[in-house]
Design a protein around this ligand. Structure first.
Ligand SMILES: Cc1cc2nc3c(=O)[nH]c(=O)nc-3n(C[C@H](O)[C@H](O)[C@H](O)COP(=O)(O)OP(=O)(O)OC[C@H]3O[C@@H](n4cnc5c(N)ncnc54)[C@H](O)[C@@H]3O)c2cc1C
Length: 535
């Protein structure tokens, strides 16, 4: 028996479920295959960057994530001390700082297992077929389809799934990348860690202040309070000194908890102890034929900076709208080439930032690391990612830096469209609230609106237009829109469904409709596909 679906996602972890939710938002059917019986129970990803929160906000999930938050990125600081009893505490400020100057949203803390459940339900409500307890076993692809064999782990029953496209979100230990013949490069495994989860009555405050996590220098470990008296101790261990995961039995874990607490005789009930490797790799390609790698399947980075999981969310966001448009015949298949062209260079730069932080934060960073790059602000990394080639019309030569400073984002094609508080029918919103499913043209002149309407209605282009000023539907305070987006009188900016700027007309254009058709065509959008389908 075989089932035909538009997109098959292997791996129902953070990024597979994010991709499923984003495809559901696009009205695009998908199947997710996950070998575990349910969403993850491990503490891994917790710090959701404000850029990732913008993406979840676009799905309408911001309030639910905040309601179910499992910590506070901003209320609690990052501390460094010998142990929790050490009076000499050094504070490194909140994990993520206030983002209100750059974003309509703020960072959040939501443990991966809680977030995954939220994403799963959103995707299922949108029609995703999520199969837990199911293993992906093998794959073949031809020029038109992907054939994957999956197997129910309870019944042993096998099924062939035929999909237009496949997303490999099978994580760090998945097999798809190798099956697709894609190599990966990087410094490799850097450190070995144990995640020790325990219940205790330790106080989530030190020095009278709540903390998000504390680096315990006595142990070279971090200790992190979780809701309900549960805690995570992440402890480095050294195989080269003969240490191994099996050494971390109940007594050893209790001893470590006491050392981290800085006192003995505390209550500590061991819940779980498992090993993980801190590694740094980037796949040589993020695509093979009809298959795309996202998240840890495509790249692994140390948690220093909390960029790993967030980068996977951005991968899914970059890819989902492109797949949806190609499957709906609204775009040419060539649009999909831009996924690798855009994401891989940005991932390489993000990994370099994570490694530079690793070298700065650890007293004994591992060998084999490349020379550290200059560290840029966390928000430049998460908001200031810049695509130099891909589904966009570049302007002058790209600036000689990997990330745009977030405070300087000003509508350059290939960058995240700036957040600007605007008004529509007396209601305040962010420019970012206008983006999500279709292309959006922000314009200074109603002529653009007329052209966009014609392209949408007669040529089937998924394009909306909003016009600033008295002839339009939007107002920006003190006329700030032109400077925020780098346009002058009569100009316009074309924004992609993922909120990145595709093209900018700095001033009024003649032959507006023809120019828009040319730009959309170069990006890969099919103008007139509806007419073509009718013929
Ligand atoms: C201790 C720790 C802390 C971290 N903290 C942060 C943080 O604060 N912020 C951040 O951005 N990142 C963080 N990360 C990184 C983040 O957790 C990962 O980047 C993220 O989990 C990757 O998600 P993923 O969906 O790509 O892979 P995974 O979460 O690993 O999911 C892959 C899924 O694929 C499934 N799978 C694999 N093979 C098959 C198969 N053959 N058939 C069916 N299913 C299969 C697996 O069961 C798994 O559920 C942290 C990581 C660690 C280890």
């Amino acid at each position: 028996m075989s089932t035909h679906i538009p997109v098959l996602i292997i791996g129902g972890g953070l990024n597979g479920l994010t991709a499923a939710a984003l495809l559901a938002h696009q009205g695009m059917g998908c199947m997710v295959v996950e070998r575990h019986a349910d969403t993850s129970i491990q503490y891994k990803f917790a710090g959701i960057s404000p850029r990732s929160m913008e993406i979840f906000r676009c799905l309408g999930l911001e309030n639910e994530i905040r309601a179910k938050r499992t910590g506070d990125q901003q209320g609690g600081g990052i501390a460094r001390a010998r142990n929790l009893a050490d009076p000499d505490i050094r504070w490194a400020g909140p994990a993520w700082s206030d983002a209100s100057s750059y974003s309509p949203t703020q960072p959040a803390t939501c443990d991966q297992h809680v977030l995954e459940a939220i994403l799963r339900h959103y995707a299922e409500r949108g029609g995703a077929d999520i199969r837990f307890n199911t293993d992906f076993s093998s794959l073949e692809q031809d020029p038109a389809t992907v054939h994957a064999v999956i197997r129910n782990r309870e019944t042993g029953k096998e099924e062939t799934v035929v999909a237009d496209y496949l997303i490999a979100a099978d994580g760090a230990n998945g097999t798809l990348r190798e099956k697709l013949g894609i190599d990966r490069k990087g410094p490799g495994v850097l450190q070995h860690w144990m995640s020790i989860i325990f219940d205790t009555d330790l106080s989530p405050e030190i020095g009278g202040r709540p903390f998000t996590s504390c680096f315990v220098s006595d142990l070279n470990a971090t200790i992190t309070p979780r809701p309900g008296g549960r805690w995570l101790l992440a402890q480095q261990y050294f195989p080269e000194r003969g240490e191994q995961p099996e050494d971390f039995d109940r007594d050893r874990c209790r001893d470590l908890v006491e050392q981290a607490a800085g006192r003995s005789g505390i209550k500590a009930e061991l819940v779980d102890a498992r090993s993980w490797e801190m590694a740094a790799f980037v796949a040589d390609r993020f695509r093979a034929g009809r298959c795309f790698l996202i998240g840890d399947a495509a790249h692994l980075m140390p948690p220093t900076g909390a960029f790993g999981g967030n980068s996977g969310v951005h991968d899914a966001h970059n890819l989902a709208w492109k797949l949806a448009m190609v499957v709906r015949s609204e775009a040419n298949a060539s649009l999909l080439d831009s996924y690798d062209a855009e994401r891989r260079p940005v991932i390489a730069s993000t990994l370099a930032q994570a490694l530079a932080r690793l070298q700065q934060w650890f007293k004994d960073p591992p060998g084999r690391l490349p020379p550290a790059v200059d560290i840029v602000d966390d928000y430049d990394v998460v908001f200031g990612q810049r695509y130099d080639t891909g589904a966009l019309m570049p302007e002058a030569a790209a600036p000689d830096r990997s990330f745009e400073p977030v405070a300087e984002l000003a509508g350059l094609p290939g960058t995240r469209a700036p957040h600007l508080v605007i008004e529509r029918e007396g209601e305040k919103l962010s420019t970012l609230d206008l983006f999500g499913r279709d292309f959006v043209l922000l314009a200074d002149d109603a002529n653009w609106h007329a052209a966009a309407d014609r392209l949408r209605e007669s040529a089937g282009v998924p394009l909306a237009c909003h016009v600033f000023g008295s002839s339009g539907d939007l107002d920006a305070p003190e006329g700030r829109w032109p400077s925020a987006y780098g346009v002058g009188d009569g100009g316009a900016v074309l924004i992609r469904p993922d909120g990145f700027v595709a093209w900018r007309a700095p001033s009024a254009e003649t032959g507006i409709e023809g120019r828009l058709v040319q730009v959309l065509d170069e990006i890969g959008v099919r103008v007139g596909h509806r007419d073509a389908a009718r013929r």
